[in-house]
Design a protein around this ligand. Structure first.
Ligand code: PLP
Length: 400
């Protein structure tokens, strides 16, 4: 069996359509979009068309779309902009305990600068209620940032309800929609958010490019000064091929979104059901409101996820423990512990995220491989417990 890639929440391959749209902008149409001769103008026109095309995909206005280098930058830009602009009104921010590090570490940095953050604790499914949010709002709250879909357990949060609670109190609302865009319907008006972050490499676009949606009349603070690109807010020569590739990839997903959701939901539920039948394996996240094709588990009797990842890797199956950024970390994921599981239990988590490039045959093969790997590791752990301690560190050394 060839390599089976089932880690689509970490990243995805660039689609053929996206690549084909990108190619001319590397060589034939390489001009600087700020130049006035035709090469430049072709690039400039392509960017503005992309702004329109992306806006259409998410129900925004083109003037509300800013191109960035990806999800991390969009999260940073939105959060830091609001803090800078509203700091005279107050210094209180509300978020959750299950945000991606792009938000979590940004908030920690802001705490160092004197902002105060309330981290809402989700229920075991990963949901936050509007009532919970409302009771955390204070007169000095200036920003609420809650992710749309979680990258470790796949839960889709009720952002329309949470954003409505924020709007009632006239507080700006940001959502990290990196895992959601192109995988579930995302419309900024229906969500009711002021800021929304997007990353292209999660939906078969290139890496290093993304979008920050910023609802008018809000504008982010200038991020980079220089040549004045992106309405003077983010200077730097635009990455035209990447912007074009991201746009093509997003449109491609939008065209088949409904069918893809049906197929991936079916495969994901089947996978979750089959793997959960193994004794001591517990599905994590909200089983009703979740990303299509997203299965996540906690596995008893195996000391660390890395052991399972390696066992599956030997069988050419690429899956992860929850977050690409912390794949080699020994620590339990902050998301899993926030859901109420103890540290010990949280050390062996498994995330399998499917894409339309997978097949049903691969799904069945992976289920079998997970079952046999868990059984094999459990008996190894039982018979060689002391020796395995050393192996965990050894494996982790290799994984870095
Ligand atoms: N937010 C979430 C929920 C993510 O899953 C990721 C990527 O893993 C990011 C933000 C960061 O996006 P990027 O890799 O484009 O910086």
């Amino acid at each position: 069996m060839n390599r089976i890639y089932m880690d689509h929440s970490a990243t995805t391959p660039v689609s053929e359509r996206a690549l084909n749209e990108m190619l001319p902008y590397f060589r034939e149409e390489f001009g600087n979009p700020s130049a006035i001769y035709s090469y430049g103008q072709t690039g400039k026109n392509a960017i503005e068309k992309c702004r329109n095309r992306i806006a259409k995909c998410i129900g925004a206005l083109p003037t509300e779309i800013y191109f960035t280098s990806g999800g991390t930058e969009s999260d940073n830009w939105a959060i830091r902009s609001v803090c800078e602009m509203k700091k005279d009104k107050g210094k209180h921010i509300i978020s959750t305990e299950i945000e991606h590090n792009a938000v979590k570490r940004t908030l920690q940095d802001l705490e160092q600068q004197g902002f105060e953050v309330t981290y809402l604790k989700p229920d075991q499914r990963g949901q936050i209620s509007a009532e919970q949010l409302e009771s955390a709002i204070r007169d000095d709250t200036i920003l609420i940032t809650v992710m749309l879909a979680n990258n470790v357990v796949g839960t889709v949060l009720d952002i329309p309800a949470l954003a409505a609670a924020a709007r009632k109190r006239r507080i700006l609302f940001h959502t990290d929609a990196v895992q959601a865009v192109a995988h579930i319907p995302v419309n900024v008006r229906k969500l009711g958010v002021d800021f929304l972050s997007i990353s292209a490499h999660k939906f078969n676009g290139p890496k290093g490019v993304g979008v920050l949606f910023c609802r008018l009349p809000n504008r982010p603070k200038p991020l980079l000064t220089g040549g004045g690109q992106e309405k003077e807010l983010r200077s730097g020569t635009e990455n035209v091929p990447a912007i074009v590739g991201m746009t093509a990839a997003l449109e491609e997903h939008m065209e088949t979104l409904e069918e893809d959701i049906t197929v991936l939901t079916e495969w994901g539920s089947y996978m979750t059901k089959k793997i959960s039948e193994i004794p001591g394996v517990h599905p994590t996240g909200d089983q009703e409101n979740r990303l299509p094709g997203f299965s996540s588990f906690l596995i008893e009797g195996i000391p660390h996820s890395v052991m399972l990842m390696n066992k599956l890797n030997e069988q050419n199956i690429c899956v992860s423990s929850g977050s690409a950024c912390s794949a080699s970390s020994k620590e339990a994921s902050h998301v899993i512990t926030a859901l109420g599981y103890d540290e010990q239990m949280a050390t062996c988590s498994l995330r399998i995220t499917l894409g339309m490039d997978n097949t049903k045959e691969e799904v069945d093969y992976a289920i079998g491989a997970v079952q046999s790997s868990i059984n094999a590791l459990r008996s190894e752990v039982k018979s060689k417990a002391p020796r395995l301690e050393g192996r965990v560190s050894e494996i982790q050394g290799q994984a870095k």
